[in-house]
Design a protein around this ligand. Structure first.
Ligand code: PLP
Length: 374
């Protein structure tokens, strides 16, 4: 008989979530249609420490709205780290802009400020930072860059709910921040996202663009621009509110899972997620890089673990190396320019990090890793 499957990611759902969604599906109609959105957005902005929050159907739509609200368009560029999910950069294409790929720092796995600076041109309109796997980049250095070149920062905090940099919450570190509530993320609404900002112009513009080009309270059916329809349902907002009320518990669980891995993998030559001083990593995906001395790749480890019914993910391949971008002029020659992203990818994987992980499951995964490396 096959061993119990260990999944790579997944949420924690309790009676609280079920009760809130039940309440929404029964009552959030007619005059109450927006009550859960209002509560969720207000509580979310309060948690992250921003003035505004807009609940959306995905993080991808939040990035699209951010790019548009910043006026980025045809022929413009934005600097994006190599190591991330394609959603960080895909919305640039929606507006006719192109990404410029920056390397990541070998320890934080987040955007390397020096490399980012080398990718800035006269067409650059923004720096997109990514809080990879729950960590945050060196924001002091990125802020200096942003100031020097007068560029806004879009902070992709999709993976970093609850993370902190010098006491400030991930998502509040740039001009605009975005989150994902996909089922794999630290908190979920099934599918969903959030845009946060302190800038009233960006907030107003995003509200306008996400509702078919009309301002809240505008004259009926007299849309001013052709735009988008990006809204979250009440049931999702209710689920999000319940998850948000449990966020410290969820983050504590993620941090606990990391500590278990750290303990179980002691003595092996593997590199785990870093947590710099004055930051709080929320370890969305516990990840390891195998030392080259083992002569084994991440893909080989993934296949070995799969035989034991353990699900994993590859570490993100550099964006400039994937088929969607390979042919882009901006992607050529990036392996030489961005050696860290390219060096990590072949030897690193994401380990099972779902909120259903237990110490026993972590032990089972780590015993297999030990066997693979021995
Ligand atoms: C998950 C993720 C997204 C996209 O989130 P969706 O809600 O699926 O659109 C964007 N950026 C990063 C870094 C992610 O991990």
């Amino acid at each position: 008989m096959d061993k119990e499957k260990i999944y790579v990611s997944g949420p924690s759902i309790t009676q609280k979530e079920i009760d809130y969604v039940d309440d929404a599906v029964r009552h959030a109609w007619y005059g109450n249609a927006n009550i859960f959105h209002e509560k969720f957005e207000k509580a979310f902005a309060n948690y992250v420490g921003t003035k505004y929050a807009i609940a959306l159907p995905s993080c991808t739509s939040a990035i699209h709205l951010s790019v548009m609200a910043l006026g980025i368009g045809e022929g413009d560029e934005a600097v994006v780290p190599e190591t991330t999910w394609i959603a960080s950069s895909a919305p640039l294409k929606y507006v006719g802009a192109v990404p410029r790929f920056a390397d990541v720092d070998a320890r934080s796995w987040c955007i390397d400020p020096a490399s980012a600076e080398r990718q800035i041109t006269e067409r650059t309109k923004a720096i997109i930072t990514v809080d990879l796997y729950g960590n945050v980049p060196d924001m002091d250095a990125i802020d200096s860059l942003a100031e020097k070149y007068h560029l806004p920062i879009i902070e992709d905090a999709a993976e970093a709910m609850g993370a902190e940099y010098h006491g400030r919450k991930a998502g509040s570190l740039g001009k605009v921040g975005v989150f994902s509530f996909h089922g794999s993320k630290t908190m979920t609404t099934g599918e969903g996202g959030m845009l946060v900002t302190n800038d009233s112009d960006i907030y107003e513009r995003a509200l306008f663009l996400r509702d078919h080009g009309r301002k809240p309270g505008d004259v009926m059916f007299m849309n001013r621009e052709v735009a988008y329809k990006y809204k979250m349902s009440s049931m999702q907002a209710a689920l999000g509110l319940a998850q948000l009320e449990r966020i410290e518990e969820l983050v504590a669980r993620k941090r606990q899972i990391f500590r278990w891995y750290e303990k179980e993998l002691q003595g092996l030559d593997v590199t785990l997620n870093d947590e710099a001083e004055n930051t709080r990593n929320t370890y969305w995906m516990v990840s390891i890089i195998l030392d080259g001395k083992y002569g084994k790749t991440g893909e080989e480890l993934r296949q070995f673990l799969a035989k034991d019914n353990i699900d994993t993910r590859p570490f993100f391949h550099p964006l400039s190396s994937i088929p969607a971008y390979r042919e882009l002029g901006e992607a050529r020659g990036m392996a030489e320019q961005n050696p860290v992203s390219y060096a990590i990818a072949d030897y690193a994987i994401n380990l099972p990090s779902g909120l259903d992980m237990t110490e026993e499951k972590v032990e089972r995964v780590c015993n297999q890793i030990r066997e693979f490396l021995s």
